[in-house]
Design a protein. Sequence first.
Length: 277
Amino acid sequence: MGLNSCTSLTLMVMWMRPKILAIATLFPTLILTTLPAQAENLEHTRQLLSTRQCAGCDLSNAGLVFANLAGANLVQANLMQANLSQANLQGADLRGANLVGVSLNGANLAGARLDGANLSGADLRNAYLVGITYEGVVTNGTYLEGAIGLPTQVGSVEDFYRWAIEDERKKDYVNAIKNFSRVIERKPEFAPAFIGRSAARLQGGDTPGAIADARQAEKLFKAKGDAKNAEIANKIAMALEKPPEERPKKGGFGKFLVGLLGSALQLFLTRFPIPFL
């Protein structure tokens, strides 16, 4: 190798050295940040699956998809970030359990005891919750959409309103009516929920119910001095109250009514995207 080649190689090494050192310094950090914060406690997971007795166990990050844990004792257990999707937890005792970030999507929790449990950020979408006990349960940021048997006290008014709007958009009018009714039960003065339920009832074939909701919305808007929205609610009710012989033929009435309700809903979704905040 000639002198010029050696010199060039030396200069290249000197140029690359700080970059190599920087990468070497960074590499362990990259490895550490990609590793899970905490590994699953396999001993406790095996204990739970074999005995269903695991009070106070560390089951964080445990993979328990489709697990049969009916009647399991999980009092004060740590199930943070565990995956219990589609699991059978019927009659399980989860009092005081740490369920932060747990996935219970589609799980059967019928008759489970959840008193004092922390469900912050947990995913309970489509879970079966009939007969649960839930005194003192924490549900900050809990995903409850589509849960069956959900007690009214579980989930916020904002949650129910948001789900009702989404149900309406998906043309799931049965659940839209249920969720708007939950909003009305807890905030009976909130007129937009009556308009939303009016639209859902009309689509479901309940014209008298749709009229009653539109009239109630009109009354509530007037009480708050909101003449513009009171007039919209009045137009909806008047259109619904017309006898069949006075309605336009060939779908004109239906198109008019759907358009009117659609405009009203869009107005309310824009002005009241999430109420009471």
